[in-house]
Write a protein that binds this ligand. Structure first.
Ligand SMILES: Cc1ncc(COP(=O)(O)O)c(C=O)c1O
Length: 383
């Protein structure tokens, strides 16, 4: 039995409808989006439009044509950072960010003289919103925040950040990699300017599909990241300005788009609230088995209402990577150790450079699997 507790990296299993939809789309010989003029291609055109509309509705975003498909959230974030920032701009971000944010920022710092400051955690381990407010008062070019930490699962109050950004007129980029598909992510309520998502985690789609929502009025202010054929305005040698073509050059991943659509439809059929409650219940049960164990330090908020479906543990009596290895080798349990591409977060939580073992559940994780993992960890700790 494989017990998969690495959904924070990528979700598994996928709903059957996602798999069937992708296989059907491969069987159907669909044509190339915006290029072919066959009946199949027109059907595909409609399905992709429906997928765009579904994504927009899912995130409470009104401008369907401003939903841009990318290959993952890393590409979406790079699109904004490389296309929106110019020489000398300043960016505010948080210590909880993934390298998908920090590495492009660091690159721009070296190549384009873009500066950035990082909002820390308070002594109580919460994001320091007061420090953030002071940073935002200086009106940086962009604020970037993750909706939930991939290290601890801690949920960030993006609506609060968005309202501060509106107050100081600062564009706001939200990273929903760990929240979309489990928390209600509302573009309007969050005050976001850019909302980036990835399809293969809690949205239950395949790998290779993600996207970006761009608030109307801002697409003109972002340079395209990849230029080329769009199937539109072909007589011109210039990249079209119209949306979403401006940011969707080259043959698109239609199989991924349709798989993502099926994933979101599946989530809708179950209901976000039910998914969230189930994940919370599983994590609470898991956590309660180790809360008073002095050999273990739990990272992040202890209140599971304040975390997505992640339990991050630092095993104090053994090497964390040995725990990951033994769980996999002896018990067939998949987890993820190390720094989770977010070294600043580990520094803030005091788990750098050891890292932690991250257990992350999905809607498909069962109570039996959690109990199996608890028993396995206890046996390894007793050895
Ligand atoms: C918070 C966060 N941002 C960005 C990413 C990058 O996601 P992707 O590899 O799908 O681009 C991840 C992936 O783990 C993440 O957890």
């Amino acid at each position: 039995m494989i017990v998969y507790l690495d959904n924070g990296a990528t979700s598994y299993p996928k709903p059957k409808i996602v798999i069937d939809t992708i296989i059907d789309s491969l069987h159907q010989g669909s044509g190339s989006l915006h290029r072919s003029q066959t009946r199949n291609a027109l059907n595909l055109e409609r399905s992709v439009y429906d997928a765009r509309a579904l994504v927009a509705g899912f995130f409470n975003f009104r401008a369907i044509d401003h939903v841009v498909f990318t290959k993952n959230i890393t590409e979406s974030i790079n699109l904004v950072l490389s296309g929106f920032l110019s020489d000398g701009d300043h960016v505010v971000t948080t210590t909880l960010e993934h390298n998908a944010v920090i590495r492009p920022l660091d690159y721009l710092k070296r190549k384009k003289n873009v500066t950035y400051s990082v909002v820390p955690l308070t002594l109580e381990g919460q994001l320091d919103y007061d420090a953030m407010r002071i940073q935002l008062q200086a009106r940086p070019k962009l604020m970037i925040a993750t909706h939930a930490s991939n290290v601890s699962g801690d949920i960030v109050d993006i609506n609060r950040i968005g309202s501060m950004c509106s107050e100081f007129d600062v564009p706001f980029l939200v990273d929903t990699a760990q929240s979309a598909g489990v928390l209600d992510v509302d573009f309007e309520a969050s005050g976001a300017t850019f909302l980036a998502f990835t399809g293969h985690k809690s949205l239950l789609g395949p790998q290779g599909i993600g996207g970006l929502l761009i608030k109307p009025g801002f697409s003109e202010r972002v340079e395209p990241f990849i230029l080329g054929g769009t199937g539109s305005v072909s007589e011109s040698s210039q990249q079209p300005e119209m949306m979403p073509d401006k940011f969707e050059s080259g043959t698109q991943n239609v199989h991924g788009i349709l798989g993502l659509k099926a994933g979101i439809e599946y989530i809708r059929s179950i209901g976000l609230e039910q998914i969230r409650n189930q994940e919370k219940r599983l994590i609470k049960r898991f956590q309660s088995a180790f809360e008073n164990d002095t050999r273990v330090r739990i990272i992040g908020n202890l209140d599971t209402n304040l975390r997505v479906g992640i339990l991050a543990m630092d095993f104090l009596t053994m090497d964390n990577s040995a725990m990951v290895y033994e769980l996999s080798k002896i018990y067939d349990i998949s987890t993820r150790g190390g720094l989770h591409c977010a070294p600043l977060a580990h520094k803030a939580y005091g788990s750098y450079p050891r890292g932690t073992v991250r257990f992350s559940v999905s809607h498909f994780t069962s109570d039996d699997e959690i109990q199996y993992a608890i028993d396995a960890i206890k046996k390894i700790l007793h050895q």
